[in-house]
Ligand binder design. Structure first.
Ligand code: PNS
Length: 176
């Protein structure tokens, strides 16, 4: 055993990346890829929020996330409807991962991280700066463009683009 060996060295580091992911964008995917390298396991957790009216159902969002992360073996897709810190405890996760795009994000994120810290001091929030390439990008912007049939191929993976098209294409009228 090396002199540096201790329990921490064998600790399985589980992080949770929570969010709405309605739908997942290249900005999210960039954070997922980078966070997956920093932890033994990364759980991407979709909030099942009954008070919001999302474009994609939780199952659809989970399916898209699973599809675009299938090459990442230590990434798991899940959903939760509880307080985040409670969900974290149920998954034995110690770290919350959030991406920050701007100073505006920072204020909201600081409030959320401080709340979570107040609820459970044992849980740490780690922020990753979004790739500047995606600093303007959000799920809402993507939906806005897709709604007007604009190009979203630089903003979301192809599977998401296809699903957006399906959502916003009016059903063909039966010509018979
Ligand atoms: O992608 P979003 O919508 O910015 O994600 C927000 C999310 C899901 C991380 C946040 O709303 C959340 O954690 N909700 C669960 C309820 C909770 O624990 N709230 C207390 C922290 S403010």
């Amino acid at each position: 055993m090396s002199p540096r060996s201790n329990n921490h060295e064998h600790e399985h580091r589980i992080a949770v990346y929570p969010g709405s992911f309605d739908p997942v964008t290249f900005g999210h995917l960039d954070i997922i890829r980078r966070a997956a390298k920093q932890f033994d396991q990364l759980i991407v957790a979709v909030l099942n929020n009954t008070s919001k009216s999302p474009l994609f159902s939780v199952d659809e969002r989970k399916k898209l996330l699973a599809d675009v992360t299938r090459d990442l073996p230590n990434v798991e897709i899940d959903s939760f409807r509880d307080l985040l810190v409670r969900y974290m405890r149920s998954r034995q996760a110690q770290v919350i991962v959030r991406g920050i795009r701007s100073v505006t994000d920072f204020e909201y994120e600081l409030q959320m991280a401080s709340t979570n810290r107040q609820l459970d001091e044992g849980i740490e929030t780690v922020f990753m700066m979004t790739n500047p390439k995606y600093s303007y990008l959000s799920s809402s912007i993507v939906k806005e463009i897709a709604k007007f049939n604009g190009p979203v191929q630089d903003l979301v993976p192809p599977a998401v683009e296809a699903e957006l098209q399906r959502k916003y294409t009016p059903p063909k009228e039966n010509s018979n």
